[in-house]
Ligand binder design. Sequence first.
Ligand code: GCU
Length: 437
Amino acid sequence: MKPHRTRPLILRVMTCSLFLAADTFVEAQQKTANYDESKVGNHPLPPVLGEGNSIANSSAAWEQNRRPELFKLFEEHVYGQTPQPNQWGPVEFKILAEKKDALGGKATRQLILATLPQHPSWKGMEIMLHIPNEGKGPFPCFIMPSFGGNHAVSTEPDVPLSTRWMRPNKEKNIVANRATEATRGTESSRWPLAMIMDGGFAVATYYYGDVEPDHPDGWREGLRAALSKDGADTNWQPGQWGAIGAWAWGLSRIADYVEKQPRLRGDQLIVLGHSRLGKTALWAGAQDKRFGVVISNNSGEGGAALMRRNFGETTAVITKAFPHWFTSTYSNYANNETSCPVDSHELIALMAPRPVYIASAVEDTWADPKGEFLAGLHAQPAYDLYGKKGLGTETHPGLNQPVGEHIGYHIRSGKHDVTDYDWQQFMAFARRHFKTN
Ligand code: GCU
C-alpha cells in the first residue's frame, strides 16, 4: 500500500474535492432538514426483546439468544463485522516517551505506538495516556478518540505533531491535509486534562486517522486494507466492516494496553466519543464488554439517535456523505428506515446491564437530541431483565438537568461540542457506578 503523499496529485485533488463536496452537501442538508416535531412520523420501533415465542424474558435468554441476534443484525445492517484476533495477530506496544511531570506535575504522560507486526503496511497508532500523579490509584480510565491528534488534545509543546492525513480545516490550521504547529492545542477545550486528573481519572486517546483516514478512499491507507486478504475490494461487500468499525477496533486496542497497567483499573474502563466518534464509542462498547461504562456525546444519526425519526440528519444524508463509515448494506435504508431490522434503542440495549450515558446539546438539532433521549428510553426492557433502573422519566428533561441511573442522559445548553459540563457529568456517572470518590 502506497503512503498517501506518493499518490499522484490528481488522485489527491480528487480525494480532497470529494471530501469538500461531502461537507458542502451536509451543510446544505442541515439548512433544509426537518426540525418540526409534528413531521417526524410515528413509526413503531422494533421490539428490543424480540417477538412471538422468541421474546427474551430473562437475562439468561437475553445473553444466550436475543443479544447475539441483535448484535449480528447490527453487524449485517449497520457497521459490518470486525475481523477476529487471529486475523490481525499480536499487537505490539512500544513506549515512545514518558514524561513524569506533564500538566505542570499533575500527570505522568506516556506516548505509546501500537502496531501489528504481521501487517506492517498499517503504520500503527500513537496512544497518549495521562495518569494522575496525585492520589492512591489504581485509577479508572477514559478511552476516547480525537479528531485532531495528540498534539491537538494537549497544549504541551513536546507532544509530537501528527504527520498523518487530516480533514481540511482552516480554523484548525490544517494545511494541505497535514497538521501544522498552529494546530497544537486546538482540541484542548474538549479535553480538560487537568480537571480529569483532579477528578481521579486517567485518560487515553489516539488520533482516529491513525487507524484510517476519514474519507471514502481512506481505507486504502488504513487498517482495513492492511488486514484484507483478498485485496481492498472486499471492504465494500455487504457485512464487511466500515470505518466506524475500524476506529472502534482502535479503542479496544487501547483497552488492551491500559488494562495491563498497574496504576490503572482494567476493570474500570470508560469508552467515550463525540459525534462520529460517539457513534464509534457506542459500537466499541457494544463489541467489547471490558468497557464498563459507555458514553455517547452528540453522536446523532448512525449513533444514539433513532433512525426512524425524520428529524435532523437522515439515513439518506449520512450514507451519501459518509458511505465509508458503515457497511454498504446500511445505505439500503436511505428513505426506507422502517425496513431496517434494528434501530438505535437496540444499540443502547446491547450495553445492558452496563451503565450507558447519552449526552445531547440543545443547539445540536442536526443530531436530534430527542431521538437520542428516546433511544435511551426504549432500551429499558433489556435493563429491566437485570432489575436495573434506566432514565427514570419518559419526559425529555430540561436543560442541564441530568437524569437516570443505569441509563444516564443530559441535554445541555450550547452547541455540538464536548464541554467541561459534559465531562463533569461523565465523571460523576462513572464515579457512581465504579463507587470511587
Ligand atoms: C456531520 C455528520 C454527523 C457527524 C458529524 C461529526 O455533521 O453529518 O453524522 O456526527 O459530522 O462527526 O462531526
